[in-house]
Design a binder for this molecule. Structure first.
Ligand code: ASP
Length: 337
């Protein structure tokens, strides 16, 4: 029997139309473009229902509310479909994939985000292939994870990151291999895929103040002093290399200690695409250790931000949040041996 997939269209380039201001989402446009793709009727392609959000968004405008809406829709429709495809703009797709991976606990079915760099309405579009393969994987393969499919690669969602603004190979997963080889055949890399959960449970995100601070040589820390308030619950620091920071005669330590006194969870990620941030590896991470920061290891910044939302939404106390930030929950990090 043909499998059935629920396709949720949130917006993004894939369904955009040409307008006088440049590409923009347009209601109903994607549905009519789909009706012209005859391959979608092929028996190997699952049947699908299309849910079109209103308004359709450029993914730069996706926020916590949309993350929760997508997660709730998946929960509502969960039993009626074999899998889900989320059509999404590429700009923030890795954030949404990370957020969904934490909100959707104990998944037993694929949830696959995809989109395109060129709209479906253009002749040279990458939309058609991304869409058809994402549908086929969501319906016909056992990948009980939130994934991101793009340009012949299937990634774990919370390991993916956008690496090109204009190339068709727009995403990568620098610290975790692809979950499938997609070539002439689609072959899953079974040993890399998470085991199915016990049945979907949803943890909705609630709003919390989180900041990301990217360091650079010559940084004047006073500029950031103002963001360290008692409302700030989580601070992700994008540090150099394996998690090093410029000491600057203790200027940063003062800010970090203020954050610690406020009860802010400080997480250290690396500015490098590949590898881990490990506090204590170099003396140049000493101030982070003094301020009680935790290592984000090889987590992407997207995953670190989403994970903070998740853990705060769970209502955990500070020490538990810190401990779980360093613990692998959804395959989002690997602790170095
Ligand atoms: N600005 C678009 C978006 O993220 C880019 C894209 O979809 O590729 O919605």
């Amino acid at each position: 029997m043909r499998k059935k997939v629920c396709m949720i269209h949130t917006g993004g380039t894939i369904g955009m139309a040409r307008t006088e201001h440049g590409y923009a989402p347009k209601e109903g446009f994607f549905r009519s473009a789909l009706s012209r793709i005859s391959e979608l009727d092929h028996p190997e392609v699952p049947e699908f229902d299309l849910v079109e959000y209103s308004p359709l968004l450029d993914s730069s405008n996706i926020s916590l509310q949309e993350w929760v809406k997508i997660a709730r829709d998946i929960e509502d429709k969960y039993d009626r479909y074999d899998g889900f495809v989320i059509l999404h703009g590429t700009d923030t797709m890795a954030y949404t994939a990370s957020a969904l991976s934490f909100m959707l606990e104990e998944l037993t079915k694929p949830v696959i985000l995809t989109g395109s760099q060129i709209p479906l309405c253009e002749v040279r579009s990458d939309a058609r292939d991304n869409l058809i393969t994402a549908l086929m994987i969501a319906g016909n393969y056992r990948v009980p994870e939130v994934c991101l499919y793009f340009s012949n690669r299937l990634f774990r969602g919370n390991r993916s990151t956008k690496v090109s603004a204009d190339g068709l190979i727009a995403f990568d997963s620098p610290n975790y291999p692809s979950l499938a080889d997609v070539g002439v055949r689609i072959t899953l890399n079974e040993r890399l895929i998470r085991k199915a959960g016990s049945g979907l449970k949803l943890t909705e995100f609630s709003d919390h103040q989180i900041a990301v601070l990217k360091l650079f040589p010559g940084i004047q820390y006073e500029v950031f002093d103002k963001i360290i308030t008692s409302n700030l619950k989580g601070l992700v620091i994008e540090a150099f290399g394996t998690g090093n920071i410029p000491e600057n005669h203790g200027a940063f330590l003062k800010i970090l200690e203020k954050a610690r006194e406020n009860g802010t969870v400080i997480v250290v990620c690396s500015q490098c695409l590949k590898g881990s941030a490990i506090i204590g590896e170099y003396a140049a991470s000493r101030d982070l250790a003094k301020a009680g920061a935790v290592s984000g290891y090889d987590m992407t910044v997207e995953a670190a931000v989403a994970k903070l939302y998740y853990l705060f939404s769970k209502g955990y106390d500070l020490e538990t949040v810190k401990k779980l930030m360093e613990t692998d929950l959804r395959g989002e990090l690997t602790r170095p041996q």
